[in-house]
Design a protein. Structure first.
Length: 270
């Protein structure tokens, strides 16, 4: 169902408030316990190593420092940012050597134009933003990049076959695992109904509460042609699209099995 633009504009504050409540909660750290890089991140960083190795890197939405541990010893200057004070305090305590700032993706004004060679924003952090906020984030990424600098970011895929599916109970013969799955299903179902009025679809994108954080967040979903157009509108050109396993996708490749994709874009020189 398509939603009028004025309705989406009215709901944008609610989207911000809902997502902020999740990412600022003290228990949010539980969701970001992973410390290793994802296969797609490894594939991307290997292919575009010349864009970041020994250069100036901005890492957006660093959480508990999973990507910080990789980048910091391999770059000339590494700056981590996150808009959650909970994440910020965690990094300051556990990785005090990391330069980290509390900052919103939509406003990178602390950095001058052309300050970085590489901007990294995975874990679909851009999808927590409203549509207008998303476009500002892409524009800000372009602004802080040097000519020919590279942005790598991930975002939910509107073509994903289960994008519009709600919670479902996963059966297990293990009673402990089944009990855990049942609790997750009940919590997810409650959040799915609670946030249901904020879900929306337009010809360009959809706002959906998905499996992340037990359906408590409202995330942005877009198909590849839309993301390409958004990248170009921000002053960059699309270089590559990776699936979650780290395979590059050609324009006509089927992406219905992929819940999200990683895009690599380059600032257009001049």
């Amino acid at each position: 169902m398509s939603v009028p633009k004025q309705t989406l504009a009215a709901d944008s504050n609610q989207q911000d408030e809902q997502n902020r409540a999740v990412y600022h909660a003290h228990n949010v750290l539980w969701y970001y316990r992973r410390k290793s890089m994802l296969p797609v991140e490894v594939a991307c960083l290997q292919k575009y190593e010349s864009a970041w190795l020994g250069r100036d890197v901005l890492d957006i939405g660093v959480g508990t420092g999973r990507t910080s541990r990789f980048f910091a010893p391999r770059t000339r200057r590494y700056v981590a940012v996150d808009y959650s004070p909970v994440m910020l305090n965690y990094i300051k305590k556990h990785l005090p050597e990391i330069e980290i700032r509390q900052m919103d993706f939509r406003d990178l004004s602390e950095f001058a134009d052309g300050f970085f060679d590489f901007v990294f924003a995975t874990a679909n952090v851009i999808d927590a933003l409203t549509h207008d906020g998303r476009m500002r984030a892409l524009q800000e990424s372009c602004r802080v990049l040097r000519p020919d600098g590279v942005l790598a970011f991930s975002t939910h895929n509107l073509n994903y076959k289960s994008a519009f599916s709600g919670p479902h109970l996963e059966w297990s013969w293990n009673p402990v695992r089944l009990a855990s799955k049942t609790v997750q299903f009940v919590l997810g179902s409650w959040n799915y109904r609670r946030i249901g009025p904020l879900r929306a679809r337009t010809p360009e994108y959809a706002l959906l509460n998905d499996t992340g954080h037990f359906y408590a967040c409202l995330h942005y979903y877009a198909a590849r042609p839309t993301v390409r157009a958004q990248i170009e509108a921000a002053g960059m050109r699309l270089l590559d699209v990776f699936d979650p396993q780290g395979r590059t996708l050609a324009v006509n490749d089927d992406d219905r099995e992929d819940p999200w994709l990683l895009y690599v874009a380059q600032r257009v020189a001049g």
